[in-house]
Design a protein around this ligand. Structure first.
Ligand SMILES: Cc1cc2nc3c(=O)[nH]c(=O)nc-3n(C[C@H](O)[C@H](O)[C@H](O)COP(=O)(O)OP(=O)(O)OC[C@H]3O[C@@H](n4cnc5c(N)ncnc54)[C@H](O)[C@@H]3O)c2cc1C
Length: 290
């Protein structure tokens, strides 16, 4: 492996200065649970490693109408936060299923999203909250982008080489709504999902019809996606078997399945409708019990 400069950083200014100086020759390392492998295997070649794990100001959760999560907040802190469990259950669930507890104790939300893996667990739950990501650079200050626009392709984001992701903003969610995350994985595995489905459901006053549903899927294409066609089909409808089947078909149509070491394409296609139907019934039960 070629020589690399290593910088252990403790402030945003210092980090942005290094990012500005090295540009695309730098790689950021937060928890390092993905980055370390990418560097050691030669998939990432960088002149400088910028270690940002000690930027404590970007680790933590603040509640407003919604929530702000610092990019360096780790999975355990998200999974165990009572407010996140109450308001953004899908995110807490996904964080609590992201690898084993050792991985969760160091893996960050920023690393999960900026790695932009097709099967990153946190992306689908963030998509159903209409989350935004905040980025900082020395040259241009801060900007906030909708996560749907930030994710460009598999392993590719809209992050410029001189930017660091600093936070995620989750807006307040509609009343009478619930969200959940279903992760299909190999039994007892502490690894990425075969399929992941996040869903946020809001019912109308009657409690019978869907006011709004947001559906996001990972593991069913080159990048996690919002299943907007299925969302439109269900809006204003009663969730009858027929309506749920039509929505399922729309999700499948939008998906591209492939075989990999974890599962076959046909298994993924078979399990996705079941995961979706299960997510819908869990959200309905939560709203009914609220
Ligand atoms: C044993 C094991 C099990 C795993 N299981 C799962 C799983 O079940 N589900 C899952 O989704 N993932 C899993 N992963 C992958 C990984 O742990 C997660 O994606 C994790 O969230 C990455 O966070 P990190 O802080 O370690 O990121 P890092 O490895 O430090 O970085 C990942 C990428 O994001 C970039 N980056 C990090 N922080 C920032 C930032 N603030 N701004 C801009 N860019 C940034 C880095 O440059 C790098 O490209 C697993 C990994 C291991 C080793």
């Amino acid at each position: 492996m070629a020589h690399m400069d290593f910088h252990s950083l403790t402030s945003l200014d210092e980090t942005l200065e290094k990012l500005a100086a090295y540009g695309s020759d730098a790689t950021l390392v937060a928890g390092g649970t993905s980055a370390r492998y990418l560097i050691m295997s030669g998939q990432v070649e960088a002149k400088a490693v910028l270690h940002i794990e000690r930027l404590a100001e970007f680790a933590g959760i603040t509640l407003n109408g919604g929530a702000r999560l610092g990019a360096l907040t780790n999975m355990r802190d998200i999974a165990e936060d009572t407010a996140i469990i109450a308001r953004f259950a899908s995110l807490a669930t996904a964080a609590g299923k992201c690898g084993g507890w050792q991985t969760q104790s160091i893996a960050t939300i920023g690393g999960n999203v900026c790695g932009a893996s097709p099967s990153a667990d946190l992306i689908a739950p963030l998509l159903v909250q209409d989350a935004e990501i905040e980025l900082h650079s020395q040259a241009r200050g801060s900007r906030t982008v909708a996560l749907t626009d930030f994710l460009v392709a598999a392993y590719k984001t809209d992050r410029a080489a001189d930017e660091m992701a600093t936070a995620f903003h989750l807006p307040a969610q509609p009343g009478e709504s619930a969200d959940t995350y279903i992760k299909i994985q190999r039994r007892s595995a502490m690894e990425r999902p075969i399929i992941g489905v996040a869903l946020r459901l809001a019912l109308d006053e009657s409690g019978e019809n869907i006011r709004e549903v947001r559906i996001a899927v990972c593991g069913a294409g080159p990048m996690p996606f919002r299943a907007s066609e299925a969302e439109t089909l269900l809006a204003g409808q009663a969730p009858t078997d027929e309506a749920v089947r039509a929505a399922s078909d729309a999700i499948i149509k939008r998906s591209t399945f492939r075989d990999d070491a974890r599962a076959s394409a046909s298994y993924r296609a078979a399990v996705l409708p079941r995961a979706f139907a299960h997510a819908l019934s869990l959200c309905r039960a939560t709203i009914a019990g609220a």
